[in-house]
Design a protein around this ligand. Structure first.
Ligand SMILES: [Zn+2]
Length: 500
């Protein structure tokens, strides 16, 4: 029974069985890994559905909201089924397989240990017996009954133990295969059971998928138009840098609420009636239409314009456009302020950006177009400007050499620095010694001059409780406060001096 042949067979079977148990262990370990990952996936999905549920109210679109609700619902169904699938797979396969491997490995180990012990005992008894026999003289019958009995008993024990071990190995092979196949079949059932319901979970959102696709198609068109417009504008900017002779290309059109400040505003908050009108920025002009596409009511040249946001109004998205308007007799120019209200924060940003581009482009193109003949038509304009403006418009310092070409005034270098620091673009403050001016700018400068501008901008200065005119000696803070009050908040202006 314990022949070398039998031992060899037993050892081969033992190897196969151990390998089989090891395989089952690895498979069930991997299945448990997959289940843990699945559980993590499900909890991440849950977090996603919660976030989507929070987000949907901010879409401000009923159909999109409903679509998103359906998606959240579907995800929640999906999670439920996925969790159930994981639990079932653990139940039908992974846990029983782990238990099986653990239990059978343990009993194999015990049986193998006791078999080893019995083999050792058997070997000891056998060698003791043969030693006795070999020492014995030939043909003498000696009594070895006790030893023979012991030998017989260990043989029987060894045989029983070997058979036990062999049958355990067989049992593991047969039972193991059976359990494995039934586990795999159970897992297949789970997938069949849940994959259907998981897919069904998403059927409910099919209708809304169409809504979403429609929305995307529609929005894509809008976004593409917008990108094209931004692209065009970038090209326009580039062209201005590369080739200043190009005509202004920044353009935009749309509805704005509008109030003419010069006529209606007494205090900043006290704006009379606002009217909704169609406006356009086009080829360096700001154009007001009677209605969309209808005839032009008025055009303002943006060459000497400036824009700024107004956050001190009752309304949101308001900005102020200051342009130079010719007086009724056409002999001089006066600043005119338009209060405009965009329809949204985005629209406001777009209008402001387009205005700024248009103003810059106007200046660049005008400069290059007119520089050539500026000295021809007004060869001594620098002398004329000096005579017209003997003192700084702000502090009265003699011989100002800096020009604000959007206001048409001249300043000393200290005051011009403050003008630039309060947001007047560099291009709009020029040195009359270093920079050349184009014809239109020269005409404006010759038309406006410090005295005329101050008649408007400092009309109420004498009545001011807080401010007096600054001098060249004024400290920097006073100079800054005065210039801000004079130009930014226009504190000293009167409304009745400006008429269209
Ligand atoms: Zn000054």
């Amino acid at each position: 029974m314990d022949s070398p042949m039998f031992r060899k067979q037993l050892s081969d079977t033992e190897k196969d069985t151990k390998w089989f148990l090891e395989e089952i262990k690895q498979i069930s370990d991997s299945v448990i890994d997959a289940c843990e990952m699945g559980a993590r996936f499900t909890s991440a999905l849950e977090a996603i559905s919660n976030l989507l549920a929070d987000l949907k109210s901010s879409l401000h679109n009923n159909q999109l909201e409903q679509g998103l609700s359906k998606l959240v619902e579907a995800l929640s169904h999906y999670q439920t089924h996925q969790n159930a699938l994981i639990v079932d797979i653990l139940k039908v396969f992974a846990v029983p397989a782990q238990n099986f491997v653990e239990k059978e490995s343990q009993s194999l180990k015990e049986l193998s240990k006791s078999l080893g012990k019995l083999r050792q005992t058997h070997d000891t008894v056998t060698s003791k017996y043969f030693k006795k026999i070999s020492k014995q003289a030939p043909f003498v019958h000696a009594n070895h009954e006790a030893l023979e009995e012991e030998l017989a008993k260990t043989r029987t024990d060894l045989r029983v133990s070997s058979l036990d071990y062999a049958s355990k190995l067989n049992e593991i092979e047969v039972l193991g295969k059976l359990n494995f196949v039934s586990g795999v079949s159970g897992v297949t059932d789970c997938f069949l059971k849940y994959s259907g319901t998981m897919v069904e979970a998403f059927n409910g959102i099919l209708v809304y998928k169409e809504v979403l696709d429609h929305f995307l198609k529609k929005s894509k068109g809008v976004v593409e138009d917008e990108l094209q417009r931004l692209f065009n504008r970038r090209i326009a900017h580039k062209n201005v840098e590369k080739d200043v002779t190009n005509s202004p290309t920044a353009s935009m059109k749309g509805y704005l609420f509008y109030a003419n400040k010069s006529k209606r505003v007494k205090a900043a908050q006290d704006v009379g009636s606002w009217q909704r009108r169609f406006f356009a920025i086009d080829y360096g002009y700001f154009v007001k239409y009677k209605s969309s596409g209808d005839k032009v009511v008025k055009r303002w040249n943006l060459l000497v314009a400036s824009v700024k946001k107004r956050t001190d109004m009752d309304r949101s998205y308001v900005f102020e456009l200051t342009v130079m308007t010719p007086s009724p007799d056409g002999r001089s120019m006066f600043p005119e302020s338009l209060l405009l209200q965009a329809e949204s924060e985005e629209q406001l940003a777009l209008w402001l950006e387009t205005f700024r581009s248009a103003i810059m482009q106007s200046l660049s193109s005008q400069n290059s177009q007119n520089l050539k003949d500026s000295t021809k038509s007004n060869p001594d304009y620098k002398e004329k400007l000096k005579l017209l403006n003997p003192k700084c418009a702000d502090c009265n310092k003699r011989d100002p050499e800096w020009a604000s070409i959007n206001l048409g005034i001249m300043m000393c270098i200290k005051c011009s620095g403050i003008h630039r620091s309060i947001g007047v673009p560099k291009l709009l403050v020029k040195s009359i010694l270093l920079d050349d001016m184009d014809d239109t700018t020269i005409k404006l400068m010759l038309n406006v001059c410090n005295d005329k501008a101050n008649k408007i901008l400092e009309a109420n200065l004498k009545e001011s409780q807080t401010f007096t005119k600054i001098t060249d000696e004024s400290p920097q803070e006073d100079r800054e406060a005065f210039i801000k009050a004079k130009y930014e908040t226009r504190s000293f202006i009167t409304t009745n001096t400006i008429e269209e």
